[in-house]
Design a protein around this ligand. Structure first.
Ligand code: F6P
Length: 531
């Protein structure tokens, strides 16, 4: 990869003001559209030659061939020898996809049908609890078995017309205790969501929920469902096969909300809206697969990321949805992006020459504006910002509030780009009557350096279809960035060491094993906690 050329170009980048002054149609030229969605990347420092270089880098990295491999079931997760086929879970086409010579679509459709039947039966009261109609559903899972459904159920609140859905993830007993508090075990359905069905947090919480329900309910198995690739383990847990929804190892945890792991979403919004969610993702899949690189939304989202991070050296990016219902989206993207591309070893075992994927963080606007935007505008580090906003909200009677929301979103990217010079700040403060040294001192605090990059994604309205498009857009951006880095975006070995050490420390904390061999800091902390 031509990382040196990219860094050279980024080091010699023109300012945003210059780029805009040189091109009257920059906004149109440096934005891409798909359907009713618009991605504006004109407020990044990418110029005409940089654009050509970035596109050439994507092409040279083999993004197109790798993309075809992913969609067709080639085992691109090479360290685990697995295909990467979350796209099959939302494939609405007639084509089959083969893994190891076997078609997968019949199984996908069958499971989707079973999920719809189950969700509809729960929603309509055909599947009941001991105490009657299910009023509450508790999804117990962590990471990809929690973040996606939790994010989507909140995002789709206007469509939620089923039982209340709750999410428990943390092994901290506070999480399950607070969630179960006030629920009626006789009308609660517990969904144990775990790809492996071995994750310590999930299995511990599942047993706690089972004991809680067992105090009241005779047949707890009838009020439990399981979502997992390990169907024999779900049987050991006592869950009836009719309430088990299996999937294959070619679905990664953080890519799994499209299939059985999305059951809680389906129960919340109903099978038709879940179907619309899948259709939105499929629509983005088709766009990603078919649109030329230069007109492709996921490609450009990825290339702005590569430019900002590997080119300019900005190692974090803020995701800033101006959409309160996307409150959990930054956390979801943290797993999606950081677990996928937080790696320093390339597929061939060599070390990366450039930064791995960025630190992703964020909060919805306008809340963030009154918290951390100070640093984004005037801090010493440059933080590329990814703004997101809907053309319209669901609250038609509160359209004036939506206007304020949109104005704030646009104002932030404008302020980041335009900034405020010392001269302008001096003029403002002079009008307020300041003079001399005090005028100079006060004006300096009010300078905004500007020239700070951002992208803005505009979507029509946060419907199930649009949410599906947005999530798939980001999944594919992660894919493209991963291919350009030459890494495997689909394993997660980096989470293993901590798990192993936690398993070894639990008996030490209980006094059942010795702390010998532990470093002195860990020993001191153990002693302090046990004392
Ligand atoms: O520890 C990381 C991880 O394996 C994630 O990749 C995954 O989403 C999460 O744990 C939960 O795993 P499971 O669904 O197998 O319980």
């Amino acid at each position: 990869m031509n990382w040196t050329d990219l860094k050279n170009r980024a080091d010699n980048r023109a300012t945003l003001a210059t780029l805009f002054s040189q091109n009257d149609t920059r906004a149109q030229d440096y934005s891409v559209r798909h359907g009713d969605m618009l991605l504006d990347f004109s407020k990044t420092h990418i110029g005409a030659d940089d654009r050509a270089l970035l596109l050439a880098m994507a092409a040279n990295a083999g993004v197109e061939a790798r993309r075809a491999d992913m969609f067709s079931g080639v085992k691109i997760n090479e360290t685990e020898d697995r295909a990467v086929l979350h796209t099959a879970l939302r494939n609405m086409g007639d084509d089959d996809i083969e893994v190891d010579g076997e078609g997968v679509m019949a199984g996908v459709r069958e499971t989707r049908g079973r999920m719809a039947e189950f969700a509809t039966a729960v929603r309509s009261g055909v599947i009941k609890g001991q105490g009657g109609q299910i009023t509450d559903v508790v999804n117990i899972g962590i990471g990809g078995s929690d973040l996606g459904p939790a994010m989507a159920v909140l995002a789709l609140a206007p469509y939620c017309d089923g039982p209340r859905v709750h999410f428990v993830s943390n092994v901290d007993g506070a999480d399950i205790a607070d969630t179960l508090h006030g629920l009626d075990p006789a009308t609660t359905l517990v969904i144990v969501a775990s790809k492996t069905f071995t994750t310590i947090e999930t299995m511990t919480n599942a047993r706690t929920a089972q004991a809680w329900m067992g105090e009241v309910v005779k047949d707890t198995g009838a009020q439990f469902a399981a979502l997992s690739t390990a169907e024999e383990k779900t049987a050991e847990f006592g869950i009836a096969p009719s309430s088990v929804f299996g999937f294959e190892d070619w679905v990664g945890g953080r890519y799994s909300l499209w299939g059985p792991i999305g059951l809680s979403i389906m129960i919340a919004v109903g099978a038709d809206d879940f179907d619309a969610f899948l259709r939105g993702a499929y629509d983005m899949d088709c766009h990603f697969r078919d649109a030329p690189l230069d007109e492709n939304l996921p490609i450009w989202l990825a290339l702005t990321g590569v430019w900002n991070n590997q080119g300019c050296g900005h190692s974090t990016r803020a995701v800033l949805p101006y959409d309160q219902r996307l409150t959990r989206l930054p956390a979801y993207f943290q797993q999606l992006e950081m677990e996928s591309n937080g790696k320093s070893v390339a597929m061939d075992g060599s070390s990366l020459e450039v930064n791995s994927g960025p630190v992703v963080w964020g909060e919805p606007g306008t809340n963030g504006q009154h918290a951390f935007y100070q640093l984004i505008h005037q801090g010493t580090r440059v933080i590329p910002c990814e703004f997101m906003v809907a053309k319209s909200g669901h609250e038609e009677d509160l359209a004036h509030q939506h206007e304020l929301l949109v104005a704030n979103c646009l104002a932030q990217s404008e302020a980041l780009m335009v900034g405020r010079s010392l001269e302008e700040a001096t003029g403002i403060m002079a009008k307020r009557g300041l003079t001399g040294a005090e005028l100079d001192r006060q004006a300096r605090h009010r300078v905004f350096p500007g020239d700070r990059p951002s992208t803005t994604l505009v979507y029509p309205k946060l419907t199930p279809f649009v949410l599906g498009q947005i999530i798939a857009l980001y999944e594919h951006r992660v894919f493209v960035e991963g291919v350009m880095l030459g890494i495997n975006s689909y394993d997660q070995w980096g989470v293993e060491l901590g798990k192993e050490l936690a398993n070894a420390l639990t008996p030490v904390l209980r006094g059942e094993a010795s702390e010998e061999g532990k470093d002195s800091s860990t020993r001191m902390l153990l002693d302090y906690l046990r004392s």
